[in-house]
Design a protein around this ligand. Structure first.
Ligand code: AP5
Ligand code: MG
Length: 218
């Protein structure tokens, strides 16, 4: 089962995708994570992407489509969960073609719906482990010990470079202008489902599970 998790910055795409990896053996394809990894590597592409991401703008379509194309030929596990891709109509068209060429298809597109004020709360409280990338929230999902990552034990909590107030404003604007209209595209394709993300991560995961069961039995 291949899924898209769609939603604005801070909606919980990464949080839920990580759970789908551990609970259903799915393969998470997060273009944001891939770009941050490229930035850490110091490659030319990574440096170029980092400069764009820091402002909150989108990285060019051909770059992210190339990253996804590379991964589709790899291990499929229990299916792909696309996190933060596609974000534009050109990316959605490219994904459809790439999946068709790979003999695969989308089972559903899940829109994570969150109140905008709550998005700001989630983003401003987010910290992540600089060593393994595990994501926490200072209030709603803190690490068990304040000085050690639950997953790898490192004491290296960081905030993302693009979580500044100005970059967040641009990210939200980009989302509502370019990505939100894709819900119409997927609604027309009969693939769109919505999950209300007002509750905590466990509550959202339970609703997501409910939607996925409906997809499987449809
Ligand atoms: P990307 O990394 O995809 O960032 P984003 O879309 O802005 O989303 P976030 O990762 O900030 O939020 P999330 O929805 O994953 O939430 P999370 O689970 O962390 O992209 C970054 C940049 O890369 C883009 O701006 C662009 O420049 C570039 N880029 C990436 N893909 C691209 C593409 N396809 N095309 C062009 N450019 C691209 O949760 C947030 C916080 O809330 C955490 O602290 C978490 O613990 C907490 N939380 C999660 N769920 C809940 C809950 N239910 N209740 C309470 N707290 C919660
Ligand atoms: Mg994310």
């Amino acid at each position: 089962m291949n899924l898209i998790l769609m939603g604005p910055p801070g909606a919980g795409k990464g949080t839920q995708a990580t759970r789908l990896v551990s609970e259903r053996g799915m393969v998470q394809l997060s273009t944001g994570d891939m770009l941050r990894q490229a930035a850490r590597s110091g490659s030319k592409l990574g440096r170029r992407a980092a400069a764009i991401m820091e402002t909150g703008a989108f990285v060019p379509d051909e770059v992210v489509i190339g990253l996804i194309a590379e991964r589709l030929s790899g291990d499929r596990g229990g299916g792909f969960v696309f996190d933060g891709f596609p974000r534009t109509l050109a990316q959605a068209d490219a994904l459809e073609k790439l999946l068709t060429d790979a003999g695969a298809e989308l089972a559903a597109v899940i829109e994570l719906v969150v109140d905008p004020d709550e998005l700001v709360e989630r983003i401003t409280g987010r910290i992540s482990c600089g060593k393994c990338g595990a994501v926490y929230h200072l209030k709603t999902n803190p690490p068990a010990r304040p000085d050690a990552c639950d997953i790898c034990g490192a004491d290296d909590f960081r905030r993302r470079d693009d979580d500044s107030e100005e970059a967040l404003r641009t990210r939200l604007m980009e989302y509502f202008r370019n990505t939100a209209p894709l819900t119409g595209y997927y609604y027309r394709a009969g693939l769109l489902r919505r999950v209300n993300c007002a509750g905590g991560p466990d509550e959202v995961a339970a609703q997501l599970h409910h939607e996925l069961e409906a997809v499987v039995s449809a």
